[in-house]
Design a protein around this ligand. Sequence first.
Ligand code: BDR
Ligand code: CA
Length: 318
Amino acid sequence: MVPAMAPRKIIIDTDPGQDDAVAILLALASREELDVLGITAVAGNVPLALTQRNARIVCELAGRPDMRVFAGADAPIHRALVTAEHVHGKTGLDGPPVPDPDMDLQAQNAVDFIIETLMEHPPGTVTLVPIGPLTNIALAFEKAPEIVPRVAEIVLMGGAYFEVGNITPAAEFNIYVDPEAAEIVFKSGVPLVVMPLDVTHKALTSRARVEAFRAMGTETGRMVAAWTDFFERFDMEKYGSEGAPLHDPCTIAYLLKPDLFSGRHINVAIETQSDLTRGMTVADWWRVTDRAPNAMFIGDLDAEGYFALLTERLARLP
Ligand code: BDR
Ligand code: CA
């Protein structure tokens, strides 16, 4: 008999955010494939006091009060925090009422947890999944450069090329908030898989897709439907689209079913200087420079397969 593959060890670095919440739920629902070692919160969509709280709310919703949640950076490395309450609401998880979390926040700082985890696991066995600004990851790389070659892979949501920007005309939110951190990560040499707006804007909810969540008849299904309903209104008004992009779960879906996605292995550099285009991911999609490829930059997905995976997995949760 072929022995079952051990689940892949991951750390999710996040700023929940309704779409972050769905990403965390998808990971926690996929225990055969993914071993979530911890969840590290960062300031982004809303301030850190809310993102770490929201991460605990989501773990409890998934029936995982044993999951460890760590708080990291409360601001970008060199800049004032820019938040996105206009998309996610005042709490970051606006929409349905949510209970206060009972589980405790871990005392250890998220940056130290990332460093310690990478040092205590064999090199090449821990994957980082950042779905917010890259501050915690960059701070860990700066504080303990010896961890960088130990990271198996980074699968992140951030950036845009053909879709350009969502927070400025040129920049996507996660990269814009902390471009210096993004630059450290993109120059780190760690193999990167990047889910830019180019792909996440194809991962659109629809009435039928949201109703499939609701029809699960579980608390998770009801919450995910209500969160996506809330989150939808902003993008539908802005883009005139049928639904809203479920950005962050693309990272976890990629780990579960990479064949749902396609992209190009190219060079991606981060603009940190220009006032006009700060945070832009300058992606050499057409390979017009001799800059060495540093990222698998995803451009397309099988949206039907993506939502089928989400529905199948989320239905396993309470
Ligand atoms: C990204 O920004 C946040 O608002 C979302 O959670 C996602 O990570 C999309 O630009
Ligand atoms: Ca996010």
